[in-house]
Design a protein. Structure first.
Length: 396
């Protein structure tokens, strides 16, 4: 255990950007235990097997490990029932890990304030209309459940945030959201890309030749993968979609109707396959409003340019003309339209990119830089926890 430091993460049940950052925390503070609510080894990154994970008692309920959204009404109580031991807790949080108690000081690394409380429509998928009777029924049931528990959870969430000694956030979008939700002024500390070219071998996707378009996203309605699929159809370009989620069946239907024979929905893949995809794609396309734009950095580590929504967290990681191009969202709801996406992708395909400049841009977001700043913040809190003279602003 890194002396005095204990870690926390919401749940280790999926493969997303927050989980990759949790693994960065584990490398930054080697040997420190990591508390979490639920752990599904088959659903998350295999590297968690090397972390001293300590799930709550809720983890004994198998179905909840595989469907963490179903656990939402029980997670606050599970976190309240756990106690951590250490001088400083470093919590990787999108709504739960910042609630763990027991450490003398708490540093929260916030990926986003709880979407189910503050961005309900995005969490559920604001465009559930027209997505099938069962999808609308599930969304309606979830809305009803959230309406019942939200007032109590907002109070719990606000109290947990107020207990923190330091708030760090991944982007300027999250910085504004934390200010609005909690009245806390947080420091932006952008996380590094977790997948790099030198990490291991490549594993190709059968039947695909280099030059395809690439989309890497969880298959949730707000990720707007359907828009990317339709744009590929308009361009007549092969598209590889990497990611899994509840929107898979609907996306197959969209692909059959709007881009027949052009789309490969690969589902969840290992890192070797993802490296091959980044190395052999022509452009990464991302159409969702994100709190942080992580995939453009992963793509850029391979010299791959991007076409992204010109809003949200992508504004922190994409420089128009340097490592990518932007397309606009609609005036009505911010969702991009397939024709705008296709025009931006076409422009990216025609541009002569400086691949070395793209890689140099990504190098500004290195894990070394991230770890140095985080350790500096934690060192100040360790000094305070141990009765030192620590000046609580930290060393910038």
């Amino acid at each position: 255990m890194t002396d005095g430091v204990v870690l926390a993460h919401d749940y280790a049940t999926q493969r997303g950007g927050a989980e990759r950052v949790a693994l960065v925390l584990a490398r930054t503070f080697p040997g420190s235990p990591m508390h979490t609510t639920l752990y599904d080894p088959a659903g998350t990154f295999p590297e968690f097997a090397d972390v001293d994970l300590r799930p709550t008692s809720l983890d004994a309920v198998g179905p909840l490990r595989r469907h963490h959204r179903a656990a939402l009404p029980f997670l606050a109580r599970a976190v309240d029932g756990a106690r951590v031991e250490g001088d400083v807790l470093v919590a990787s949080s999108t709504g739960w890990a910042h609630g763990f108690r027991g450490a003398a000081r708490t540093v929260v690394y916030c990926h986003a304030p709880a979407r189910w409380l503050y961005q309900t429509e995005r969490y559920l998928g604001s465009h559930s209309a027209g997505r099938g009777l069962s999808a609308r029924a599930r969304a309606g049931a979830t809305r009803a459940a959230l309406a019942a528990v939200a007032p109590g959870l907002r109070g719990w969430d606000a109290r947990a945030a107020a207990r923190a000694d330091v708030y760090l956030v991944n982007s300027t979008v999250t910085q504004r959201a934390v200010r609005a939700a909690y009245g806390i002024e947080a420091e932006v500390l952008a996380p590094p890309p977790a997948l790099l070219p030198a990490d291991g071998d490549d594993s190709p996707v059968p039947g695909l030749e280099p030059g395809f378009l690439l989309c890497v996203a969880r298959l949730l309605p707000y990720k707007n993968v359907d828009v990317v699929v339709e744009a590929a159809g308009l361009l007549g370009k092969q598209l590889l979609v990497i990611g899994d989620g509840p929107d898979m069946a609907r996306l197959r239907s969209v692909a059959d109707a709007r881009a027949r024979g052009l789309v490969t929905l690969a589902g969840r893949v290992d890192d070797a396959t993802l490296r091959w995809a980044y190395r052999n794609a022509s452009v990464l396309v991302a159409a969702s409003f994100e709190d942080y734009g992580l995939t453009p950095l992963e793509a850029g580590a391979f010299g791959l340019p991007v076409a992204v929504l010109g809003d949200g967290g992508y504004l922190d990681t994409v420089v128009d003309g340097l490592n990518g191009v932007y397309f606009a969202g609609s005036a009505e709801d911010g969702t991009p339209r397939p024709v705008e996406v296709s025009l931006a992708v076409d422009a990216a395909l025609l541009r002569d990119w400086d691949r070395d400049a793209i890689r140099e841009h990504v190098a500004r977001f290195s894990e070394e830089r991230f770890g140095q700043r985080l350790r500096a913040v934690v060192d100040v809190q360790l000094a305070a926890a141990r009765g030192g003279a620590g000046v609580l602003e930290g060393v910038r």
